[in-house]
Ligand binder design. Structure first.
Ligand SMILES: CC(C)(COP(=O)(O)OP(=O)(O)OC[C@H]1O[C@@H](n2cnc3c(N)ncnc32)[C@H](O)[C@@H]1OP(=O)(O)O)[C@@H](O)C(=O)NCCC(=O)NCCS
Length: 179
């Protein structure tokens, strides 16, 4: 299966699909400008809608290359884009990361969004490992990884820059799923 133009996956509450430029408005309103949401991420909160529009354009451009697949998370009942889950294929390894609007935290949304996608990637021919990291001070993200069946492997010291907390690289926990 290839994640091309019309590729999408659906769960009870959510639809994960390729971004569209019109998604930028929901994304900006719901999370890209929220410094609480971006605190443990590698990017700074967006200052204006055009920052998010540029990001979405970038996501649409790289999607077709088929090595980086940033899915938007669309909430079917609310009818808004409420987050993103981003897969990066590097040989036999797939890395991923995710972000969700604050008002939807703690409802099992990210686990629901990620589960079918993680399953798809690990079943893909030639892929043997799915991995993700999170800031040591962001344990809710580790809990999502555990709920996805991933295994904690260790702490990567000074591994990732999270400008929302510090200018110094942060220690991160690495989780993986292998076949
Ligand atoms: C991390 C994030 C994606 C979690 O999404 P979510 O939809 O709220 O996650 P879920 O509801 O599926 O699961 C969260 C789990 O973490 C647990 N949790 C929440 N806060 C916690 C904390 N401080 N310590 C430990 N566990 C915590 C919840 O209880 C839940 O576990 P449970 O289902 O066993 O009760 C969301 O908070 C988010 O987008 N944060 C900002 C961006 C971010 O940090 N992204 C990850 C970067 S690595």
């Amino acid at each position: 299966m290839r994640w091309r133009e019309n590729m999408k996956t659906e769960t009870a509450r959510l639809l994960m699909r390729k971004p569209e430029i019109s998604d930028a408005q929901d994304m900006y309103k719901n999370y890209t400008q929220d410094s609480e949401v971006t605190k443990y991420l590698i990017w700074n909160p967006h200052k204006e809608l055009s920052d998010t529009e540029k990001w979405v354009e970038h996501c649409m451009d790289i999607w077709d290359v088929d090595k980086t697949l940033p899915f938007v998370i669309y909430h079917k009942e609310v009818q808004e884009v409420i987050g993103m889950i981003d897969f990066r294929i590097n040989g036999f390894i797939v890395d991923f990361g995710y972000v969700l609007a604050r008002r939807f935290w703690g409802q099992g949304i990210m686990s629901e969004a990620a589960a079918p996608l993680v399953r798809h990637f690990i079943e893909r021919d030639g892929i043997y490992r799915i991995q993700a990291v999170h800031d040591l001070d962001n344990p809710a993200s580790g809990r999502v990884m555990e709920k996805l069946g991933m295994q904690f492997e260790g702490i990567l010291r000074k591994f990732s820059l999270h400008p929302g907390v510090s200018d110094i690289p942060r220690d991160c926990k690495m989780y993986s799923l292998v076949k």
